[in-house]
Each structure stands twice: as structure tokens, then as C-alpha cells.
Design a protein around this ligand. Structure first.
Ligand code: HEM
Length: 419
């Protein structure tokens, strides 16, 4: 390997070069051994078929003990901490099955459909922001900060049942959690100790919430978790907190990053924007293509439970494997001309941005619905869009995407915001 696009967070700060390098790596095979100082050696799996093959065998490739890449020092520190974060993605069967069952129905399409009014209202507010910033029909806006970040956060807060006054706090904590390696987002210097403090802040916030919802349950998701039972017994406190944290954090940065990626692609592919404006029925497929290219969850790790083989490569029991979803979504064996944004791509929906198998993203339907609603409202009004310069992506190896995306745009059509 010439340079390392998987361990070095700064490489995700420049997605153009990251994608080009991932594509060239595909030419050298679907699985690669990578050894970097300070980390255990890993296998990086970038082949679309190979990622699916591993996800199909959760007994052979487990999420435990460590599902996200971390260096030796952080692993040691985490192991010594009395507060071990244990969420759905840290679990294997049978615990995973039982914990996932608790909230699974909440995220099914029928229940998500009940929220479509709220999503459409947020989409109208997003269009209103673009209108307000373009009094003469032309404007410049940081789409990432003004639209893509607040929208999914408001959705998640309302699903969990948290007050909007906690919006800023949750956004900051999530960005500190996922952006520990990004100087603009990290707390302090992003040291393992400071990361521990971020997790403690989450714990404290949600401990208060648990007490509230146990004393006075409502019909929100926080009440379901606070009063939930696993095999007839109350959920232990740490697992309860882990549940809130994964829903509160997994639900917004990821979706925001996908929205921003979608806008960046439209701003750099005017002919694709035109296609959508002429035929809005393409928006659902365009959203899949946006999520494929965004792939904001860059990876999850698996540990081999026994000796096995992937693509002819011998894997030993105990080996650590990275499922790199962002690279798998650029697999040229699966996606023709994979770097191209193509709203008509026939297999766009076969991307792996939401993973696959038993850990398949719990919020996938919700995230899709948010993007569909947003772009269905935006596209009819967006006559033109282009990058205004100064766009920036976060430097993080786990969840990353645009943190700033200034666009210059013109609007047309009648304002429907005040209908
Ligand atoms: C575009 C937005 C999103 C992307 C790209 C994304 C991506 C992912 C990925 C790759 C996984 C792991 C899948 C695997 O291991 O096979 C995952 C799991 C998960 N996601 Fe998402 N996610 C998104 C939005 C959401 C939303 C909106 C929520 C919740 C409201 C959410 C909640 C979760 C949870 C709870 C898990 C753990 C599931 C499990 O381990 O069983 N995600 N997501």
C-alpha cells in the first residue's frame, strides 16, 4: 500500500483523492492487509461481494470485542474505563437479537410513514432558508451548516422525545464523538481522556432522561428504552445509555453528511439536476445514488471467530477485519464507472452504505425518507446550484462528511413556503 487511506483521518478530509485511491486499490483486489504503527494489523475488505459475504456470517465474523478501528493506546484506555459503552453495534447474537427487537418496529416503514408530515414541514423550512438567503432569487448559503446539519438532528430529537432546547448540546457532543480527530470538531486536543469526558457527558445527559421517562413515561422512543425489558428483566443502566447514544448519534451526522453529499453532487452535475427537475419520480433513485457516494459510515470492524478464507486469502481466528463501506460502494465490479453521479443508475439502491445482514442500519428507512422529502421540496425550486468555494470535509475514519458546503444558487417557481 502506497499511502494509507484507512487509518489516517486526514485522508477523509479530501474525498476526491480518497475515492481515486480506493478505486485504484480495487484493481489490486478486494481485500488488503494493512499494517500501521500503533495499530494492530488489519484486513481491509473493499470488495462489494466480500463485504456482503462477511456480513452474512455474523457467527464467524463477530462485532465483539471492538467494532470500530482504534489504536492500541485508545483500546487500552477503553479497557481500563469503568464506563464501557455497549450499544447494538458492540453486540453479537443472542444479545443483539433481543436488544434490536426492542426498537425494531419503531423504525419499520409503516411507522416512519407516520412522520412524513413532520419531515415535509422540516423540508419546507429548509426551502424557506434558501429563499431568505436569496431575496432576489439568487443567494449563497452554507448548505451543510444551515440545512443538512439541523434537519436530521431535529428529527432525531423529536423521535427520542428530547426538547429542542437541547439541540446545540447534542450536536456538539455528537461532533466531538465522531470528530475526535478533526481539529475543528474535537474537544480540546481530542485525546483519549477528552473522548472519555465526552462519553461521560452523554451518560450524564441520558441518565437524567432515563429517570424522567421511568417516572413519567410518554409514547416517545426514550420511554420505550427507559422502561424496556430484555428477557423479562429491566435493561441494565449502561446498556440503556448505550441505546440512547447510538440512536442520538447514529441518526444525524450520517444523514446530514448524505444530504450535503447529495447537494454537492447536484452542484457539480447540473445535467443531473435538470434530469430530476424534469422527472421528479427519479428522486428516490437519486437519493440512493447520493447515499452510495456519501457512505458517511466509513467502516465497521469484525473479528474472525475461526480460521477461514475470503477471496482466496487465508484469515486466521482472531484477525481483525475492516468492512470499508465507502470503498465497497466504489467497487467497479459492481458499479459501472463508480465515481460518476448518475441519478438513473439502475443498481444505485444496491449500495452498502447502510451495511447488510443482522446489523443493517436500524434507521435506513428514516434516513431515506428524510432525503427524499428534502430533495422533493428543493429540486423543483432549485434552478441552478454551484459550489461557492470553501467546502470542507471532516477528518475522521469512522463517520465523516462535509462540515461546510457553501453553494451559490438561483431559485425559480412560486414560493410555497407560506402556503
Ligand atoms: C444516511 C444515513 C445513515 C447511514 C449511512 C447509516 C449507516 C449505518 C451502518 C453502515 C450501520 C452498520 C451496519 C452493519 O454493520 O452492517 C448502521 C447501523 C445502525 N444505524 Fe445507521 N446509518 C444512517 C442513519 C441512521 C439513522 C437515521 C438512525 C437512527 C435513527 C441510525 C441508527 C443505526 C443503529 C441503531 C445501528 C445499529 C444497528 C445494529 O447494530 O443492529 N442510522 N448504520
Amino acid at each position: 500500500m502506497v499511502t494509507d487511506i484507512f487509518h489516517d483521518p486526514r485522508r477523509y478530509g479530501d474525498m476526491q483523492s480518497w475515492r481515486e485511491e480506493a478505486l485504484s486499490l480495487h484493481g489490486r483486489g478486494p481485500i488488503h492487509r494493512v499494517e500501521v504503527d500503533g495499530f494492530r494489523p488489519i484486513w481491509v475488505v473493499i470488495g462489494h461481494d466480500e463485504v456482503m459475504q462477511i456480513e452474512r456470517s455474523p457467527e464467524l465474523f463477530t462485532n465483539e470485542p471492538i467494532p470500530v478501528l482504534a489504536d492500541d493506546a485508545s483500546i487500552k484506555l477503553t479497557a481500563e474505563s469503568p464506563m464501557q459503552l455497549r450499544t447494538l453495534i458492540h453486540m453479537d447474537r443472542p444479545d443483539h437479537t433481543d436488544y434490536r427487537r426492542l426498537t425494531n418496529d419503531w423504525f419499520k416503514p409503516a411507522n416512519i410513514a407516520l412522520r412524513s408530515d413532520r419531515l415535509d414541514e422540516l423540508s419546507r423550512q429548509a426551502v424557506a432558508k434558501l429563499e431568505a438567503a436569496a431575496p432576489e432569487g439568487r443567494g449563497v448559503i452554507d448548505f451543510s451548516r444551515e440545512v443538512a446539519m439541523p434537519y436530521p438532528l431535529q428529527v432525531i430529537l423529536s423521535i427520542l422525545g428530547l426538547p429542542e432546547s437541547d439541540y446545540t448540546r447534542m450536536l456538539t457532543l455528537t461532533q466531538e464523538l465522531f470528530g475526535a480527530t478533526d481539529p475543528d470538531l474535537q474537544r480540546g486536543q481530542g485525546s483519549p481522556e477528552e473522548m472519555g469526558a465526552v462519553i461521560m457527558d452523554f451518560f450524564q445527559y441520558f441518565a437524567g432522561l432515563t429517570q424522567d421517562r421511568m417516572a413519567a413515561p410518554t409514547d416517545d422512543l426514550a420511554s420505550l428504552i427507559a422502561n424496556g425489558e430484555i428477557r423479562g428483566a429491566p435493561i441494565p443502566d449502561l446498556e440503556k445509555l448505550g441505546y440512547y447514544i447510538i440512536i442520538a448519534t447514529a441518526g444525524h451526522d450520517t444523514t446530514s453528511a448524505s444530504m450535503s453529499e447529495g447537494m454537492a453532487q447536484l452542484a457539480t452535475h447540473p445535467e443531473q439536476l435538470e434530469l430530476l427537475r424534469h422527472d421528479p419520480t427519479l428522486i428516490a433513485n437519486a437519493v440512493e445514488e447520493m447515499i452510495r457516494l456519501a457512505s458517511p459510515v466509513r467502516h465497521f470492524m469484525r473479528t474472525a471467530a475461526a480460521d477461514t478464507e475470503i477471496a482466496g486469502q487465508r484469515i486466521a481466528a482472531g484477525d481483525w477485519l475492516m468492512l470499508n463501506y465507502t470503498a465497497a460502494n466504489l467497487d467497479p465490479r459492481h458499479f459501472t464507472d463508480p465515481l460518476r453521479f448518475d441519478v438513473n443508475r439502475t443498481n444505485a439502491g444496491k449500495h452498502l452504505a447502510f451495511g447488510f445482514g443482522i446489523h443493517f442500519c436500524l434507521g435506513a428507512q428514516l434516513a431515506r425518507q428524510e432525503l427524499r422529502s428534502l430533495f422533493s421540496h428543493l429540486v423543483p425550486r432549485l434552478a441552478t446550484a454551484e459550489l461557492a468555494g470553501g467546502e470542507a470535509s471532516s477528518s475522521a475514519i469512522f463517520v465523516s462528511g462535509y462540515k461546510s458546503l457553501p453553494i451559490r444558487y438561483t431559485l425559480d417557481g412560486p414560493s410555497r413556503v407560506h402556503d
